[in-house]
Design a protein around this ligand. Structure first.
Ligand code: SF4
Length: 263
């Protein structure tokens, strides 16, 4: 009779603050934990640097998973239709499939960083019967302030992209707000240019495929002062002057965003 394989404990890092804090929180509770990061090939440099730092802090390898084929391949497969909140083929192909391959048929407990103060979020619930999901922050009642404290006390702090963007994920992610596209333009002009190259105008149908709703990135950036001004007026109304706090609030606000990419 063959011996049953032991249950594997997995914790996926997205490059976001909650999964990072969860890794630190669980480090001594589940010493056999396996950490992984699914790299789409389009991650921000700040995210990659944060994952490297975290690996040193945890003192354990964070396995990098990659899809066997990149974004360009799947874009072609989808007739050059950019992914969107309604057609999120990017997450399925670049994040979920590599994760499910990594898991195989093993019995898995997957740990997800959804907090007690965001009960509306579901996380990635696998349809595979061998993957069970646990939410330790929710089970133990930890909220956003606890997560910030865990990161600060560990010395790692918040990922650096919080200076201009509220979430990890691909540099061209369609979940970005207009102000974050301005942030990408100012922080990483090369990546902004690469994102522009994916936008299309179909002369036959007259249809445009743009990352940001209603305008191309060129059009968006031509109104960058207006976008910045609007953002600053909105935040004054909320009595919020600190950009990082605003972005942290945004991060918590979006129940639609891609948890496996950004949590
Ligand atoms: S970060 Fe955004 S663009 Fe990248 S896989 Fe996730 S949803 Fe898609």
């Amino acid at each position: 009779m063959s011996e049953r394989k032991p249950v594997r404990h997995l914790l996926g890092l997205s490059g976001g603050k909650d999964s990072a804090a969860l890794a630190i929180y669980m480090r001594d509770k589940v010493p056999e934990m396996e950490y992984f990061f699914t790299d789409t090939g389009a991650e921000l440099p700040e995210t990659l640097a944060f994952v490297d730092l975290l690996e040193d802090l945890l003192g354990k390898e964070i396995v990098r998973l990659n899809s066997s084929k990149g974004f360009d391949h799947y874009l072609k497969l989808h007739a050059n239709y950019l992914p969107s909140a309604q057609q999120r083929w990017c997450t399925i192909n670049l994040k979920l499939k590599p994760f499910e391959q990594f898991v195989g048929e093993d019995e898995i407990i997957s740990y997800v960083g959804i907090r007690a103060d965001e009960p509306h979020r579901e996380g990635y619930i696998s349809t595979k019967p061998n993957i069970k999901t646990r939410f330790p922050f929710r089970e133990d009642g930890l909220v956003r302030d606890d997560i910030i404290r865990i990161l600060e006390e560990s010395g790692i702090g918040l990922p650096k992209y919080y200076n201009w963007r509220s979430r990890s994920g691909c540099y061209f992610c369609f979940y970005q707000r207009k102000i974050e596209w301005v942030g990408l333009y100012e922080s990483h002009p090369d990546l902004f240019e690469k994102a522009k190259e994916f936008e299309k105008f179909d002369e036959k149908t007259g249809k445009r495929y743009t990352w940001s709703q209603g305008e191309s990135l060129d059009e968006l950036i031509s109104r960058k002062d207006e976008i910045k001004q609007k953002f600053s007026i909105e935040n004054k109304k909320k009595n919020q002057n600190n950009l990082m706090n605003v972005l942290l609030d945004d991060d918590d606000d979006d129940g639609e965003a891609c948890l496996i990419c950004m949590k």
